[in-house]
Design a protein around this ligand. Structure first.
Ligand code: GLY
Length: 582
C-alpha cells in the first residue's frame, strides 16, 4: 500500500518566465514573479487535495470522485483508465496495453509494464508480403495486428499492490458509463467520422457499436451506449482479471482470432503477465528524472537527451531561439539513431541502458553538436557504446492528498487500434504489433526505423515510445507528466521538462508552448505553428529541414508547488480534456 504521509513540500527553485515564447527577452534572467500571478501567460488549474489530468472530462471526474471518496492516486488512476476505455475508445482501452509510473509520498518510485505481448505463434516475417516487403495493412488493420492485451493485468496488479480500494469498486464508474451511455463529445465524434469510417466500419461487431442503424457514426451530443463492454467490465469486477485472461472474455478474444486468421489463443491470454520494473532514472540540472524503462524507449532517451542538453546553456539561448531548437534537435537525432539499433524488449535483448544514459556518453555526443550547423541524418549512425557499458495514445496524471503520484500512458496504438471488436465482448483490440520492426530498416506507422533488437518474436513486447515521467527536486515529487504521440512522445515530454526547468515556465505555459520534433529519420525538423518565421529561417540556414506540421502530443501534467499546492494543465491541443482537483 502507498503509505500516507504529510503533504509534500517542494522547493520552488525557479522563477516563472515573464516572456512570450517568441524568444524576445529570452537571454535575460526571468523576473522574480510568484506563481500564477497575472504576469503569467497561461494559468494552471490550482487545487490542494488531489488532482487528475486526462484527455477526457468524464474520466477526469471519475478520478476526482475516487480521490474524494478516500482512494489514493493509484486507485484514481485505475478508475480513470477503465473509464477512458468507455469514454475515449480511440486510445482508452482494456484491449491494449501501456505503462504506469508511480512515486509514493515516501519517495519510492516504481513502474508497471503492461505492454502487449506477441502471441506464441507470431513469427519474424509475419508482416511481409509475397515480395518480402512490409505490409502495413497486416500489422495495422488485420487480426494479426493485435498483441495479447495487458491493460487489465496491469491495472489489477497496480490496484492490488499499491491501491487501497477493491478492483470491483474501481470498475464501477466505467461500468455505469458503458451501461447508461455517454454523451458523445467533439473529440469522439470527430474521430468516429474520420478514423472510424476507415477502420471500425469494416468490422460488423465494431460498426454495431459505434455506428447508428442508418449507417452513420454517432455524432456530438448523441448518447453512445456500450452494453457488451459494460458486461465485460462487470465480469472483470466479479471474477477479477481471470475473467479476461481465462474466462468468458478470453473465449471471445480467442474465438474472434480463430475465426479470422488471428493468432491470440487462450494459452497466450493465460500466459500474459504485467511486470513491475525499476524505472529509468537520471538527473538534470539538479532535478531527478524518473521514466519508463524498456520495452519503452521513452525513459532511456529522455534521460539521454537531457544529459546531452546539460552541456549547453539553454536558458541563456532562450525558449524558441534558433540556437536552443538547433541543439535540442541535434540531440534528438543522436538519440533516435541509437533507439533504432539498441532498443527492444529487455527479456529478449540486452539493452545497453547504462551506456545510453551515462553522462560520459552524452558528453561525446554533445561534443559533436554544432550550434551553427546541422549534421545531416545520413551522417549520424547509432553510437559505439562499448566504452560506456557498465495521436493515438493517451496519458493521464494523478496526484493525491498525500503526494502520491501516478503517470499512466496506454493505448490501442493508432486511433481505435485495429478497429476490431472481439466477438461479443465490446472490447476494441490493439494494433500494437505494428510497433515491432516488420523488416529492419523499414519505417512503421510513425516513421520509426527499427532493427534486429525489435524484430517480432513469440512472447516479445514491441518497443514503445510511451514515457510517463516524474521529476523530483530535493527528493520530492515536482512534475508528473506524459503524452500520446507515437514517436513524438519522447520529444513532447522532453519539452515539458526543459520548458519547466530551463525556461522557468509554469505548467500551463510549458504545456501551451509550441513544440518541435526531430527523430533522425526522416531528416526533418517538424515544428508546430507558433515559432517566428525569423527563427525558422535561421534554422534552415543552419541546415535543418524545417517542416510546419500539425500539433504534437496531448500532455496531461501536474506540478506540486512549494506549499504542496497542486497545479495542473491539460493540453489545448485536445478539445475535451480536463484537469480538475478538489
Ligand atoms: N504505440 C506507440 C508507442 O507505444 O510508442
Amino acid at each position: 500500500m502507498i503509505k500516507t504521509g504529510n503533504m509534500r513540500r517542494v522547493s520552488w527553485s525557479l522563477m516563472v518566465c515573464f516572456c512570450f515564447w517568441q524568444g524576445a527577452n529570452a537571454a535575460q534572467p526571468a523576473p522574480p514573479v510568484s506563481y500564477g500571478v497575472d504576469a503569467d501567460t497561461f494559468h494552471p488549474v490550482k487545487d490542494r487535495h488531489g488532482m487528475v489530468a486526462s484527455v477526457d472530462a468524464m474520466a477526469t471526474q471519475v478520478g476526482v470522485d475516487i480521490l474524494k471518496q478516500g482512494g489514493n492516486a493509484v486507485d484514481a488512476a485505475v478508475a480513470v483508465g477503465f473509464a477512458l476505455a468507455v469514454t475515449h475508445p480511440q486510445a482508452g482501452n482494456i484491449g491494449g496495453g501501456g505503462f504506469m509510473l508511480l512515486r509514493t509520498a515516501s519517495g519510492r518510485t516504481t513502474s508497471i509494464d503492461f505492454r502487449e505481448m506477441a502471441p506464441v505463434k507470431a513469427s519474424r516475417n509475419m508482416f511481409l508480403d509475397a515480395q518480402g516487403n512490409a505490409d502495413s495493412k497486416l500489422s495495422l488493420t488485420s487480426h494479426l495486428a493485435s498483441g495479447t492485451p495487458g491493460t487489465v493485468a496491469g491495472f489489477a496488479l497496480a490496484a492490488q499492490k499499491y491501491g487501497t480500494l477493491p478492483l470491483s469498486r474501481l470498475l464501477q464508474p466505467a461500468i455505469e458509463l458503458a451501461r447508461n451511455g455517454i454523451v458523445v463529445n467533439d473529440s469522439l465524434a470527430d474521430d468516429l467520422k474520420t478514423y472510424g469510417t476507415e477502420v471500425l466500419v469494416n468490422h460488423p461487431n465494431s460498426k454495431a457499436i459505434f455506428f447508428k442503424a442508418d449507417g452513420t457514426p454517432y455524432q456530438k451530443g448523441e448518447r453512445l451506449v456500450q452494453r457488451n463492454l459494460a458486461h465485460s467490465l462487470t465480469l472483470i469486477a466479479k471474477e477479477g482479471p481471470d475473467a479476461f485472461y481465462k474466462g468468458a472474455i478470453a473465449d471471445d478474444i480467442a474465438g474472434e482470432m480463430a475465426q479470422h486468421g488471428g493468432l491470440i489463443s487462450k494459452a497466450d491470454l493465460a500466459a500474459y503477465r504485467a511486470v513491475e520494473r525499476q524505472p529509468i532514472s537520471g538527473s538534470y540540472r539538479g532535478y531527478e528524472v524518473f521514466s519508463m524503462p524498456p520495452p519503452s524507449s521513452g525513459g532511456i532517451h529522455i534521460v539521454q537527451i537531457l544529459n546531452i542538453l546539460e552541456n549547453f546553456d539553454l536558458a541563456k539561448m532562450g525558449f524558441g531561439s534558433a540556437d536552443a531548437i538547433q541543439v535540442m534537435a541535434e540531440a534528438e537525432k543522436y538519440a533516435y539513431a541509437d533507439r533504432s539499433e539498441y532498443l527492444g524488449d529487455p527479456e529478449f535483448v540486452k539493452v545497453p541502458w547504462q551506456a545510453l544514459t551515462s553522462k560520459a556518453y552524452a558528453k561525446t555526443l554533445a561534443n559533436q553538436i554544432d550550434v551553427a550547423k546541422a549534421r545531416p541524418s545520413a551522417e549520424i549512425k547509432p553510437g559505439n557504446l562499448a566504452p560506456y557499458e557498465s495521436n493515438q495514445t493517451t496519458h493521464f496524471s494523478v496526484v493525491d492528498k498525500d503526494g502520491n503520484a501516478v503517470a499512466v500512458t496506454y493505448t490501442l496504438n493508432t486511433n481505435f487500434g485495429s478497429g476490431i471488436v472481439a466477438g461479443n465482448s465490446g472490447i476494441l483490440l490493439n494494433n500494437q504489433m505494428d510497433d515491432f520492426s516488420a523488416k529492419p530498416g523499414t519505417p512503421n506507422v510513425y516513421g520509426l526505423v527499427g532493427g534486429e533488437a525489435n524484430a517480432v518474436q513469440p512472447y516479445k513486447r514491441p518497443l514503445s515510445s510511451m514515457s510517463p515521467t516524474i521529476i523530483a527536486k530535493d527528493g520530492k515529487t515536482w512534475l508528473v507528466t506524459g503524452s500520446p504521440g507515437g514517436s513524438r512522445i519522447i520529444t513532447t515530454v522532453l519539452q515539458m521538462v526543459v520548458n519547466s526547468i530551463d525556461f522557468g515556465m509554469n505548467v500551463a505555459e510549458a504545456t501551451n508552448a509550441p513544440r518541435f520534433h526531430h527523430q533522425w529519420l526522416p531528416d526533418q525538423l517538424r515544428v508546430e505553428k507558433g515559432f517566428s518565421p525569423d527563427t525558422l529561417r535561421l534554422l534552415e540556414s543552419k541546415g535543418q529541414h524545417v517542416k510546419v506540421q500539425p500539433a504534437m502530443g496531448s500532455t496531461q501534467s501536474i506540478m506540486i508547488g512549494p506549499d504542496g499546492m497542486l497545479y495542473g494543465a491539460s493540453d489545448p491541443r485536445s478539445v475535451d480534456d480536463l484537469t480538475a482537483g478538489y
